[in-house]
Design a protein around this ligand. Structure first.
Ligand code: FAD
Ligand code: MLT
Ligand code: ZN
Length: 463
């Protein structure tokens, strides 16, 4: 080990796994954005909380920045290490620690995958309801650090709702045991909630106590084809009033073309501009009949052009693949991603402005959008044309994002609904948060991480 700082870390922590091979630096130094060239100092894979604390103390002493790292499925550059940082991967801290049947909580180490949590909860005949397509690789620590949302927010809310307690190593190496699984705790500031969504800039989540809930009721999955966004919002209102929705997700014909090209099966013949995958409780025949009546009403109104209801689990999975497979199908383009939200009631007016903006600013560029429309959350994916340079493309997208940020400000929305700010959106934070708020955020950061060793440059530029 040639770096003297690393050599000292290895001496202090002889059991610590440290990686410095170029392939490892590349693998652990980037996330799903793949925009920045990975250049970490090394990768540390601790297996205990004590090791995490010792690494943080060492980093303070040696002024080495740390990038907390989960599954690196992040879409905002939050887990990118491109400036000689030490990547602290929680990958080896992936155990289930405790299940409490009375409290209906599951305590886990932060590096466990979301899917593993789902499976363990299912084994206890309960459910952890946060869910999205990266479930097999993203970590609970990363979900907490980004306050991840996903496809069931309309029913269950974001990650924030499902964290009963956290153990966190703060920027000074101190271990904090936050909220300890309490349901009621009115004893001052809730640091657990402050940690959720802090993108690794306040502390390293090492353990989490997650709330579990009843398994979802038997459900049905329906795919709808729609003529325009106005109709889509009408259908949303109708379905929300008539059915008990578990999910209401939309995508465009362009998204469909990509996902089908990638191997998914088209379920509706004909070409339509918009599609919705919705899942709703269907406990008995009456509930199923209610869904059909709502569908027929939408058809009569001209809000829906066609639709199918899955008749088996395999068909449900195939319909879901049309929505969930989009991100992976677009990955070869390394799309420039916007992840925006407005209140659901503001969606129609925002959409009008947003569609006009995108049509004006990207006349020759393919823009694919989809997302969690029932939560007011749209994902805009901009694909670089072959003939355009990467630099020119990013500059153009950044210009449009600034305009989008102004549009969002007018509609009271957010530049980051669920993916986090990271590196990608830090220049637009002030469009969503006031100067007073950002000053307070920086102050909080200073308290938890006085030497700014935790993920510097993410969320906001470090000054
Ligand atoms: P990473 O990418 O490793 O890190 C993300 C951020 O968290 C970084 O800032 C990192 O420093 C920090 N961090 C990681 N672990 C810790 C820790 N233990 N302590 C402190 N900070 C930490 N996101 C959604 O919200 N909804 C979706 O529907 C959704 N769908 C996706 C689908 C696909 C196919 C993909 C690839 C991504 C999707 N994402 C989605 C984005 C991503 O999966 C989430 O942001 C996820 O929460 C990131 O988890 P991770 O473990 O991969 O975190
Ligand atoms: C999704 O909703 O599929 C995710 O947030 C991923 C993405 O935006 O690409
Ligand atoms: Zn999403």
């Amino acid at each position: 080990m040639t770096d003297v700082r690393l050599a000292e870390l290895a001496r202090c922590l002889p059991e610590l796994r440290l990686l410095v091979a170029p392939g490892d630096l590349e693998h652990y130094g980037r996330d799903w954005t793949r925009r920045w060239t990975p250049a970490p100092l090394a990768i540390a894979l601790p297996s205990t909380i004590e090791e995490v604390q010792a690494i943080v103390r060492w980093a303070n002493e040696k002024s080495v920045a740390i990038v907390p790292s989960g599954g690196r499925t992040g879409l905002s550059g939050g887990a990118v290490a491109a400036k000689g940082e030490l990547v602290l991967s929680l990958e080896r801290m992936n155990r289930v620690l405790d299940f409490n049947a009375v409290d209906r909580t599951l305590s886990v180490q932060a590096g466990i995958t979301l899917q593993a949590v789902h499976e363990v909860a299912r084994g206890y005949e309960l459910a952890y309801p946060v869910d999205f397509a990266a479930r097999g690789s993203c970590s609970i620590g990363g979900n907490i650090a980004t306050n991840a949302g996903g496809i069931r927010v309309i029913r269950y809310g974001n990650t924030r709702e499902w964290v009963a307690g956290l153990k966190v190593v703060a920027g000074n190496g101190e271990l904090l045991d936050l909220n300890r699984g309490l349901i009621k705790n009115s004893s001052g500031y809730d640091f657990r909630q402050l940690m959720i969504g802090s993108e690794g800039t306040l502390g390293i989540v090492v353990e989490a106590t997650l709330k579990l809930t009843d398994p979802p009721l038997p459900s049905q999955v329906m795919l709808l084809a729609l003529p325009d966004m106005e109709a889509l919002m009408q259908v949303f209102e109708l379905f929300r009033a008539r059915l008990s929705l578990q999910a209401f997700e939309f995508f465009t014909d362009k998204a469909l073309a990509h996902v089908v090209e990638h191997g998914a099966q088209r379920a509706i013949d004909g070409d339509y501009p918009y599609y919705v995958v919705t899942e709703f409780d269907a406990v008995d025949e009456q509930a199923q009949q209610g869904a059909l009546v709502a569908f027929e009403q939408a058809l009569e109104q001209g809000w829906v052009c066609d639709g199918v209801i899955a008749q088996s689990e395999a068909q449900s999975a195939a319909l879901w693949r049309l929505r969930e497979g989009i991100t992976e199908s677009l990955a070869p383009w390394r799309p420039y991603k916007n992840d925006v939200s407005v209140r659901v009631s503001a969606v129609p007016a925002f959409l009008q402005d947003m569609q006009a903006l995108l049509a004006r600013e990207y006349p020759q560029i393919e823009v694919v959008w989809f997302g969690h429309i029932g939560d007011g959350n749209l994902h805009i994916n901009v694909l670089r044309p072959d003939e355009q340079s990467e630099e020119g493309f990013i500059a153009q997208c950044e210009h449009v994002t600034r305009l989008l940020s102004d549009t969002l400000r007018r509609h009271g929305g957010s530049i980051s609904a669920e993916h986090g700010i990271g590196l990608v959106k830090r220049a637009y934070l002030e469009g969503t948060r006031s100067a007073a708020e950002i000053l307070l955020m920086r102050g909080v950061r200073q308290v938890f991480d006085p030497n700014r060793i935790l993920n510097p440059g993410k969320l906001f530029a470090d000054i």
